[in-house]
Design a protein around this ligand. Structure first.
Ligand SMILES: Cc1ncc(COP(=O)(O)O)c(C=O)c1O
Length: 343
């Protein structure tokens, strides 16, 4: 069996298919720093259409897309309200403070959505010697909470709260694709409530490189400057855009199968009495052990059976599904985990 099929560490481990590579090779290209790459322009127009925004901008990574949005929306010294377990807070090297100069106020995000009551209580008042609220960031789907989908009514409420206070909302939508397929809704179901969104092609959609930022025309014009400032002005980036266009057509609908596999493994693992499985909503499964032995479980399954996934706490593991996984790999993974429980 293909080694990648047995790799459940992340949906970033995927490899481009031959057909995707062919699309990349055939793509018409130009210098995007002059705005002349036809394939990048086509992708940007398509994402603007899908998200309901005026414009979009291809960026090398999700982290750069998020940082670009933070720098565009908020002044240095102002407050970024973001989830306690958000990717922006935990895994982007504190670029929100080191580069954007923002001051992080953590908001409880259990359940995959920001606690609006806490946000209300911790909102910085308008006093001249207090830091100014700059931006609210949300994550959809929520990575570390197991691919949870931001409930749309909660997002609408948050958006109204932010609008009343004149503060923008940015969505880290690295895996917004998954929410859309899982709930059979267009991306605009969520994006209409935010001022900008970042989406990744290099995760569930399986391209080798590439993310995108969408927002108003003015926001994207500013983002183009910020991207260049951060060293992300790319030249013939249509080669990456072609992979993304291919993925939109072929891999986006295929997320349904990835979600099915995730549910199937969750169901099988929930029958083990030493594991507590959070019912997955998309492609990420979190399971808790009764004892703090997650690292032992992960190491043993990798060594004996060559299946890989991650320990995310002493007593918790994350199993992430992608397009290379199949029924055989999922059955093998469950059997390997079950076998460890019997040792
Ligand atoms: C929710 C979320 N946002 C942003 C990122 C950052 O993306 P990148 O690794 O392309 O910088 C990730 C990466 O896994 C992610 O899961």
């Amino acid at each position: 069996m293909d080694r990648i099929a047995r790799d459940f560490r992340s949906d970033t481990v995927t490899q481009p298919s031959t057909a995707m590579k062919a699309a990349m090779i055939e793509a018409p290209l130009g210098d995007d720093v002059f705005g002349e790459d036809p394939t990048a322009n086509k992708l940007q127009a398509e994402i603007a259409r899908l998200t309901g925004f005026e414009d979009a901008l291809l960026v090398p990574t999700g982290s750069m897309g998020n940082l670009t949005a933070l720098m565009n929306h908020a002044q240095p010294g102002s407050i970024l309200y973001s989830g306690r377990t958000s990717h922006i807070k935990l895994y982007e090297l504190s670029s929100y403070s080191r580069i954007a100069g923002l001051n992080l106020f953590e908001i409880d995000d259990s359940g995959g959505r920001l606690d609006l009551e806490q946000l209300r209580r911790s909102w910085s008042p308008e006093v001249y010697y207090m830091p100014v609220p700059g931006l609210i960031a949300v994550e959809n789907t929520h990575n570390m909470l197991g691919g949870l989908i931001y409930p749309e009514p909660d997002l609408a409420e948050l958006s109204a709260f932010a609008r009343e206070r004149g503060v923008p909302v940015h969505m880290d939508g690295a895996r917004l694709w998954h929410a859309a397929r899982a709930q059979n809704k267009p991306l605009t179901h969520w994006t209409r409530h935010v001022n900008s969104v970042m989406l990744c092609f290099s995760k569930g959609l399986g391209t080798p490189v590439g993310s995108i930022l969408a927002g108003s025309r003015e926001f994207i014009a500013k983002a183009r400057v910020t991207r260049k400032l951060l060293g992300g002005g790319m030249r013939q980036c249509g080669i990456l855009a072609a992979a993304a266009l291919y993925a939109l057509e072929h891999h986006f609908p295929a997320l349904d199968e990835t979600h099915r596999l995730c549910r199937q493994v969750a169901q099988a693992l929930s029958e083990l009495d030493w594991l507590t499985v959070t019912p997955p909503q998309t492609n990420i499964l979190i399971a808790r052990l009764q004892q703090p032995k997650a690292a032992e479980l992960v190491a043993a399954v990798a060594e004996k059976h060559d299946y890989r996934f991650l320990a995310i706490a002493e007593d918790a593991v994350r199993i992430c599904f992608h397009q290379h996984n199949d029924d055989a790999a999922c059955d093998g993974l469950v059997a390997a985990i079950e076998a460890w429980g019997q040792t």
